[in-house]
Design a protein around this ligand. Structure first.
Ligand code: MG
Length: 452
């Protein structure tokens, strides 16, 4: 490749397998990573259970070996387990082959550093530059080797060492969507003392059970089963197990930012002035949690790498996103949906409340999430116009515009991956949230139209 369009999106390389994400590209990425590591060292490679996973793994392994790196292969793992394995086995880097919540035809490749955190943008840029320049391969006796490894057992052992057994014997329905979360989450929850019912528990890379994204419209079956079998809660994970959403005992879905908030409240209780890292897209309920804890909220741009960068810059006790991805930095520098589920249940254990009652311990907010089409090349122009339009308000400019009102906020943010603008509104009543969203959509449409 000579002229490069950016390979990496907001986090890693993502595309339809064998179309955008080919074995050739995986091979190049493997070779480029080997060069980035100085032509040696050891790399852990994990993958989710998509049908294209093994093909891409083989190409990556070949690229890394050809560039002089040894490869450790945990094989099928959730993403947090790959992050854990990279650090646990003292590897110089990790690679996770996953497209997270995207449909079965997609796949993706994400790089991890030796501390188990995703590569930052500057390191991704280094990889891109290496690919655009071409490679030198190592001499035959420096070609790397391949070794299999079990990462699931050490991960589970480490969790069990860290988390005390539960007493309540809560009944939990776990839905990992026929994906790799099934390798760990149901087993660990059972080991910790929950009564576990698993649905969509067989691994199937075509994901026949449900769509992988943990949003309410995909979780109807889980909600029904939680109510039907009188369970205390439901746990839903995305395709690579780095995100968790909870369903309460009445079948109501608890959104990602509330799961994050409830976990934070109980995980950080007792810490001195804790610092909560989150993004501009997350609910004000995090501010309520911070004031209960006597701590503070630091908001960043959207995306896991942004949270990690902020953690490394200024520290923090927990970090999380509105989609239900939570990072426990004293555990892993990676979103961990398994630990999130465990800590949510730990909060139920500590409070002895029902799931719906626990949810009610925090103020209720109403959210509306919409999108408007906008060609990529127009995004900056539209953003400038919106900034002008809302210049009388208190605005956070970190990532798009977060416009703060007395009784809510409105986020107008260009997507980093799709030709759209996102419009999120939150307020203390549903009516006000809809009103703010309507205002956002109206201004977005006006700003988009004028420029075309
Ligand atoms: Mg994911």
């Amino acid at each position: 490749m000579t002229t490069m369009q950016r390979l990496f999106g907001t986090f890693g390389v993502r595309g339809v397998a064998n179309k955008e994400l080919t074995p050739n590209l995986a091979l190049e990425l493997g070779q480029a990573l080997a060069i980035n590591l100085g032509g040696g060292g050891r790399v852990a490679i994990g993958r989710d259970n998509r049908t294209s996973g093994e093909m891409l793994e083989q190409a990556l392994v070949a690229g890394l070996n050809a560039g002089g790196c040894d490869v450790l292969k945990p094989g099928l793992t959730p993403t947090p387990v790959l992050s854990f394995a990279t650090r646990h086995f003292s590897c110089d880097a990790g690679v996770m082959i996953t497209a997270s919540h995207n449909p079965a035809e997609y796949n993706g490749i994400k790089f991890w550093d030796n501390e188990g955190a995703g590569f930052q943008r500057d390191r991704e840029n280094q990889i891109e530059r290496i690919i655009s320049k071409g490679f030198k391969k190592v001499v035959w006796h420096k070609i790397g080797r391949v070794e299999e490894a079990d990462a699931l057992s050490p991960y589970m052992d480490a969790v069990l060492k860290r988390v005390p057994k539960f007493d309540r014997g809560l009944k939990v329905v776990v839905d990992c969507a026929n994906a790799v979360g099934n390798l760990v989450t149901p087993k660990l929850l059972a080991e910790l003392g929950c009564r576990v019912v698993s649905i969509n528990s067989q691994l199937d890379g075509t994901f026949p059970g449900r769509k992988l994204e943990t949003v309410p419209e995909n979780l109807g079956e889980l909600a029904k089963i939680v109510v039907g079998c009188k369970a205390d809660l439901g746990v839903a994970q995305d395709g690579d197990g780095d995100r968790t959403i909870i369903v309460d005992e009445r079948g109501e879905i608890i959104s990602g930012d509330r799961v994050f908030a409830l976990v934070t409240l109980h995980y950080l209780r007792g810490r001195n002035k804790p610092k909560i890292l989150t993004t501009v897209a997350t609910s004000a309920v995090l501010d309520d949690v911070a004031s209960k804890l006597g701590g503070e909220v630091v908001r960043t741009r959207v995306g896991e790498p942004e949270l990690i960068a902020e953690f490394r810059r200024g520290g923090g006790d927990i970090a999380g996103e509105e989609n239900g991805g939570v990072i426990f930095p004293d555990w892993l520098l990676c979103r961990d949906g398994i630990m999130t589920a465990i800590q949510f249940i730990e909060a139920l254990e500590k409070t002895n409340l029902k799931t719906s009652e626990l949810n009610l311990t925090l103020p209720t907010y109403f959210q509306v999430k919409l999108r408007v089409k906008c060609p990529n090349e127009m995004k900056q122009k539209v953003l400038n116009r919106l900034a002008k339009k809302f210049s009388g308000y208190q605005i956070d400019h970190k990532d798009g515009l977060r416009i703060n009102f007395e009784d809510g906020w409105l986020l107008l943010r260009p997507s980093g991956t799709e030709p759209i603008f996102r419009c999120f509104a939150e307020a203390t009543t549903g009516e006000r949230a809809r009103e703010l969203a309507a205002l956002g959509i109206k201004e977005l449409k006006t700003a988009t139209r004028r420029g075309s």
